[in-house]
Design a protein around this ligand. Structure first.
Ligand code: NAD
Ligand code: UPG
Length: 481
């Protein structure tokens, strides 16, 4: 029986291993982590991450062939296949600060594997890493190996949060990169046989190590580029009277373009896109490709522009000042169906509003008040370290409230900003909201989930990303002066 151990019980390690355990009942899967709180969460009735369908998967195999433990060394030592799914944050200091991947956690995991291993192992890169990381890991293991033989595989993860279980059950593809030696190919086969238990063979792609590592960064860069492209067009729509939803639908009908990932928004967030593109930019610079680096950097540039453009619209529409005005923020997670707030556009928007002295009232069905305050107090990129190691500043004494429903957030507010596309925000009683609010009452829809015309009929002044502007906004400058 193959024994699997996964180092890192986070958004990737937890769900991925739970699905492997479910689909391979004869394989023992142990997920280990240095964070006691995380492991305690996985062993409890309240899992440490919110992901639709995950509770059920974990309940069906936890204690049978799926285990969560802090005894990292024991289970790594016993495993045949060790997945490494630890944080790979953006460096905040030193060479490559603000761009390069910080491989501290990866390196310490690799050194620990070398320390405790007494039998040959396949080590699988599950974290997203710079191209050529496998070479560095091989060196660490080879120089500390005491005769143990290792094969390194790259098996990047493509799941998206909110749909992780669905994505893992029916992935578009599973990618496995390995050395092109007989030993390397034998290791690829071991991992392929695990996935082949439920993934059709034609969806399991095998490549060389560097192609697999680079494909992950490239896939995220392409996805983020689509969002920045449609967001760039959204600004032009507002200037011309075109409607970005109609434009996206029209171009998406071209089968060469396709309809998905063309929703204009307040900006993309999440733990991956920005980090991985910065990583790609840094790699390009290191290989002497500044033009390529600049090309990808601009995807982030447009994303930052989109977030500040949204704040500018709010401020300029409200007579160029939000000082002392209550603004309700609906949604703080970076997308619906997750409680994850890493790099969420809501942080930048709230900071922008607070910078203009607004009083902000936030409601999100899955994000706690503690998390909101941590996020608003945290420095850029610090969120991507294991939670118990995150340097968190004292929450500043800011005029921020976190409410338990949308109506409470909107009570007495001058404006509502919709920043996450939660289903419940589509179905709010906007007439009731309007009655609760100061007048003129504004809605700024950063996700295009409300019908602007219906809200205008109620009496709201509505701004929706990339949609024709109503007269009020046409009369205001797009950029606050
Ligand atoms: N979140 C996603 O949707 C997603 C999808 C694909 C790939 N990825 C990549 O996967 C990796 C992990 O992402 P995540 O979202 O699961 O992060 P996460 O922060 O949720 O989980 C990482 C876990 O690793 C643990 N850890 C760190 N160093 C450790 C060590 N030396 N020993 C044991 N445990 C250790 C941390 O305590 C943490 O619980 C990153 O490289 C990320 O870019 C993430
Ligand atoms: O048309 C769209 C689609 C997405 N978004 C935003 O883009 C961000 C990222 O969304 P999504 O990609 O769905 O979620 P992630 O969980 O960040 O997943 C991405 O990042 C993961 C980590 O690398 C990869 O594994 C996934 O394949 C990749 O989709 C979110 O803020 C979304 O709201 C838009 O604004 N418009």
């Amino acid at each position: 029986m193959v024994k699997i151990c996964c180092i890192g019980a986070g958004y990737v390690g937890g769900p991925t291993m739970a699905v492997i355990a479910l689909k391979c009942p004869d394989v023992e899967v142990v997920v280990v982590d240095i964070s006691e709180a995380r492991i305690a969460g996985w062993n409890s009735d309240r899992l440490p991450i919110y992901e639709p369908g995950l509770d059920d998967v974990v309940k069906r195999c936890r204690g049978r062939n799926l285990f969560f433990s802090t005894d990292v060394e024991r289970y790594v030592g016993e495993a045949d296949v060790v997945f490494v799914s630890v944080n790979t944050p953006t460096k905040t200091r030193g060479l490559g600060a603000g761009k390069a991947a910080d491989l501290t956690y990866w390196e310490s995991a690799a050194r620990m594997i070398a320390d405790v291993s007494r039998s040959d192992k396949i080590v699988v890169e599950k974290s997203t890493v710079p191209v050529k990381t496998a070479e560095a890991i091989e060196k660490i293991l080879a120089h500390n190996g005491r005769g143990v033989r290792y094969q390194i595989l790259s098996n990047p993860e493509f799941l998206a949060e909110g749909t992780a279980v669905r994505d893992l059950f029916a992935p578009d593809r599973v990618l496995i990169g390995g050395r092109e030696t007989p030993e390397g190919q034998a290791a690829v086969k071991v991992l392929k046989d695990v996935y082949a238990r439920w993934v059709p063979e034609d969806r399991i792609i095998t490549t060389n190590l560097w192609s697999a590592e680079l494909s992950k960064l490239a896939a995220n860069a392409f996805l983020a580029q689509r969002i920045s492209s449609v967001n760039a067009i959204s600004a032009l729509c507002e200037a011309t009277g075109a409607d970005v939803t109609e434009v996206a639908c029209s171009i998406g009908k071209d089968s060469r373009i396709g309809p998905r990932f063309l929703s204009a928004s307040v900006g993309f967030g999440g733990s991956c896109f920005q980090k991985d593109i910065l990583n790609l930019v840094y790699i390009c610079e290191c290989y002497g490709l500044p033009e390529v680096a600049d090309y990808w950097r601009q995807v982030i540039g447009i994303n930052d522009y989109q977030k500040s453009r949204f704040v500018n619209r709010v401020v300029s529409s409200m007579f160029n000042t939000v000082a002392g005005k209550k603004v309700a923020v609906l949604g703080f997670a970076f997308k619906k169906d997750t409680g994850d707030t890493r790099e969420t556009p809501a942080i930048d928007v709230c900071r922008g509003l607070l910078g203009d002295k607004a009083v902000v009232s936030i409601y999100d069905p899955q994000v706690t008040e503690e998390q909101v305050r941590r996020d608003l107090a945290m420095n850029k990129f610090d969120w991507d370290h294991p939670r118990h190691l995150q340097p968190v500043g004292e929450p500043a004494d800011q005029p921020v409230a976190v409410t338990s429903d949308a109506y409470e957030a909107a009570h007495d507010a001058h404006a509502v900003c919709i920043l996450t596309e939660w289903e419940e925000f589509r179905n709010l009683d906007y007439r009731r909201m309007y009655d609760l609010m100061q007048k003129p009452a504004f809605v700024f829809d950063g996700r295009n989930i409300v019908d602007p015309e219906k809200l205008r009929d109620i009496g709201f002044i509505v701004y929706a990303i990339g949609k024709p502007l109503d007269q009020w906004l046409k009369d205001m400058p797009a950029v606050a002066s």
